[in-house]
Design a protein around this ligand. Structure first.
Ligand code: 5GP
Ligand code: MN
Length: 332
């Protein structure tokens, strides 16, 4: 059986039996992780399953995502039902991205992993892992079709949020005719796509401009590292100084990556515990997922990340080493 029919079969069986299903997005969930988790949760609920949706780590939702339909029903990882019949991991590139829910998934009688990261090593009993998919929500759309769940505006809002986020609003190379075909289906349900995009991408407190100024002002260009590296950093403490939550650090890399002299852009985001969450982006010549994997993380060719417990200089030295050695540019 192909991966999609096998995944549909697992979900249909659970729904038909009224089974207890636990769905989890990855730690620090983004729009694709939450959109896919909440959409599949709602679909399974409509099909008769008893559903709980959650994500590991700090139970904090960025304001840009807290409005997603069904987000108010998310349950902290510590409060999920014990012994679910089926555990589904969504948009999690590896087991560690599921945090404390990773062992729960492995221990469950049945498990399913739905993901689109090329770096996914493969885990869970049934795996729907397709790097050709622009976003995990595209795989969830296929699952909902397989389950016979009709796409209404609520589900379409969730799927559109993930699709728009992971394709950079249909700008990135992962955008295909299939991406636009799915987007067309979603828009046909009557969703307010402009409002969704505004809430996701163009809404932040005024203090974000000052944080951006600080981070952009200390950006450093190193032309001789690989095909060029531009990097900067900011901490959750600095975000707090500007009245911002830590998730406002996430959008910085979208600005830094514009520097045309650098094929690779890097933002080091300092967490409260002193560790650094690192975002890497490529302009096309460098596979940044190779760098991220080498340093304990993962992701895609053009967008990847990892967490470092070295200090800032040590983290940067490791990135430079990877860029100079393994992850040499494939094209100019
Ligand atoms: P971001 O920089 O937006 O946090 O992440 C970019 C991409 O890299 C996303 O697809 C994300 O799933 C992946 N990624 C980020 N951090 C990690 C990590 O620590 N481990 C793995 N496996 N993937 C990561
Ligand atoms: Mn994704």
């Amino acid at each position: 059986m192909g991966a999609l029919p096998a995944a549909v079969a697992v979900l249909a069986r659970a729904a038909d039996a009224g089974a207890s299903v636990l769905l989890s997005a990855h730690v620090q969930p983004d729009a694709d992780a939450l959109g896919s988790t909440l959409a599949l949760a709602e679909g399974l609920r409509r099909r008769g399953a008893r559903v709980t949706a959650t994500f590991p780590g700090p139970f904090v939702l960025p304001a840009s995502l807290a409005w997603l339909p069904g987000a108010d029903a998310l349950v902290p990882a510590g409060d999920v039902p014990a012994d679910p019949d089926l555990v589904v991991g969504l948009d999690a590139a590896d087991l560690r991205r599921l945090g404390e829910l990773g062992p729960v998934l492995l221990a469950a009688p049945q498990s399913l992993v739905v993901d689109h990261h090329a770096s996914n090593p493969g885990f869970g009993a049934v795996q729907l892992v397709d790097p050709e998919a622009a976003a995990t929500v595209a795989l969830v759309a296929d699952l909902l079709d397989g389950l016979g769940v009709e796409l209404d505006a609520g589900l379409a809002t969730l799927l559109y949020a993930g699709l728009a986020a992971d394709t950079g609003s249909f700008r990135f190379g992962n955008t295909s005719p299939a991406t636009h075909a799915l987007a067309a289906r979603l828009l046909a349900t009557g969703i307010d796509h402009a409002r969704i995009s505004q809430r996701l991408f163009d809404t932040a407190p005024f203090g974000w401009l000052a944080l951006l100024g600080t981070a952009a002002g200390r950006a450093t260009l190193e032309r001789d590292v690989g095909a060029g590296l531009v990097w900067t950093w900011a901490t959750v403490g600095e975000a707090d100084d500007h009245g911002l939550a830590g998730d406002h650090l996430e959008a910085l890399v979208d600005v830094v990556r514009s520097a045309q002299e650098a094929d690779v852009a890097c933002v080091l985001k300092g967490a409260a515990d002193g560790s650094w969450n690192v975002s890497l982006r490529s302009r096309g010549g460098t596979d940044v997922s190779a760098v991220a994997i080498a340093l304990g993380g993962g992701g895609h060719r053009m967008a990847a990340g990892f967490t470092s417990h070295l200090d800032r200089d040590g983290t940067l030295a490791a990135i430079r080493r990877c860029l100079r050695a393994g992850a040499a540019p494939e094209q100019g």
